[in-house]
Structures are given as structure tokens and as C-alpha cells.
Design a protein. Sequence first.
Length: 350
Amino acid sequence: MNKAQRLSLGDTVALVNPAGMPPVRFMRYIPLMEKYLCEEGFVVKKYLAENTSNPEQLASMFMEAWTDPVVQAVFPICGNPIIFEVLKYLKAKRMEQKPIIFCGSSVLSALSVWLFQNAGIVTFFGPHLPFIHTYAPQRENEFSVQSFWSMVMWKKGRTKRISSTHELQHFFSVRDQSHVPVKLSNIYRRSDLIKDERRRDATFISPTQEIVRGNTFCITLGALLEMKRLGMLLDISGSIVFTETMDWDLERVKGAFMELSNSTVFHGVNAVFITALTERTDRQEKQFPELQDSEKIEALCQSISSIIQMPIFYGFPLGHGSYKMTMPQGIPCTIDPDDGSVSLQECPVI
């Protein structure tokens, strides 16, 4: 695996839109993202394709940002399913010669996985910049913001804004660049410490008492399914698949795993960690109350485990939940079934 240099103050980062421009109502936040990055101590360059750009043009602009000699990280401003078309035009050979930081989640987890599998670069799954900058209307909690910066910079205390000792002790500490393993604590193992009422009912479910080992592979279930359908997914044997959904009912989740089980996707996979099954939080009434029923979720996990013949864990701060860890792709890790923690056995950056 090729690893990027960890991000440092003074580095140049690029704002990119490989999946196109966001809706007009969000366009005004782009200058605020730039302002935030400058205030955090970085130099910013914008590589933003026009909102009329086709997939090939979006890929070309993304490649231009990636291969810019001074750019050390590219941060996307939005996601969109058009990314699956964009992937067809990216040049993996050119990108693997210059490993840099990339973080994408939701549908952009497909791009994170593609870069990891095709260019051999350790990328990241985590929150996007539009939701972590200071001026975001729905800003992530400091647990999520801190995780993002600490992971891509591989150091503790990047933002120094965590006010809650509860959130602080459910984070992770990197004492120096070479210190491994690093334990990522699972806040959902201690529901009494969850401040966000939307996730106070969250839980951790373990089907085994044995430590599970494998390489991290993080992707939303929808993106995993689409990459399989399009023939874009390479071999993931030896992995622990971390996956999640938003606005999917339990039958749809089960159906997706049944479809995947009928292919070779899970051959050689060591375990699946369903980190979150959530719904949008900007609605007045919940449309998927079953997603908060721990008994139904446990039954679902047991059913899926039987279908794909491997352990299924549930409940980790990764994905569309209120608490969002940032996780690297392709790094050896272990899952502790007692406390739901994940320990990274290698540094994801150099």
C-alpha cells in the first residue's frame, strides 16, 4: 500500500468536486470552507469543475488537483451518484505515483475504495468538509471533527475544541508518528456517555468472544452494491467490511446482503461490521422506527450472519450516525468483541 504524508500545518489542500457541484442553496458555503481551512493553518487551492461538467470533465479536474505537485490533500465539497461514471475516467497509474490524503464517505466511499483498490493508496472514510467547517449550518459534533483531523494529521489535539470529557475519553490518542497499535474506542459500548439524544438508544452487538483480525474496508452498503453491479469491485478477501446505510429499512438491508452473497464479494472476508443503520435527522417524524429497535437489529444481524457465513458485528461510530470516526482503508486491524473497539495495527500515513 502507498501511504500519503500526514497532513501538516502550512500544507496545501485542494477543494474538489469529483461528483459535481452541490445544489445552489449550498454554493454559498464554498468560500466558508476555504476560510475555515485557512484559519486552521492550510493553504487552499480550488479545483472546482463547472456545474455543467460531464463525468469525463469532472474526472479531468480531479486528476489535475491530484497531480498538482504542491497539493497534499484533496477534500470533496459534495457527493452524488454520478461518481460511478466519473470513476471510469480516472487514471490510477498517474495517481499511484503521488499518494495524497483523500477522505470520502456516503456515496463518495466508492471513490475512496476505488483509489485504494486501483491506485494502491491508503485513503479514508469519514465526514466531508461541508459538515465539519466552523460555519456549517449542521456542523458535526467535536467528536467527529477531532477524529477527522487527528486521523489525517496522525496526532492528537488538532482542533482542541472538545468541551466534553465524555467525548474526549471516547477518542483515540496518537503519541507520536510511529506509535501503534492505536485503539479506536467505541462510544456505543457506553450508551450512558452518549450526549446526542438521537443515538442514546444505540448499542454494540457482538456474535463472538474471539478477537477478529483483517484489513479495514469501509464503504456504504449502497455503494458496495453498486460497485458490485458495475463490476468495479476488486478482491476484498482478508478484509473486515465496515458498512452502513441511511434511510434503508431492515428488509432492504437484508436484501442487499442476499444479493451480495450470491456473488463472490464476501469470499475470504473475515467479518462484517454494520456500523450504523440510520435515517435522516432533518425530518419531524421518523419513517423507520425499526432502526431503533435493538431486538430487530440483533435478529437481522443473526440472519445476515447465516446468509454470508461469517461474524456480523453491529454498532460503531462510523457513517451517517451522530458520532463519526474517520477510518483508513486497507490497514490491518483487530476488533475486540468485549468493548467493540477497533485497533489499527499500522500507521495509515507516513
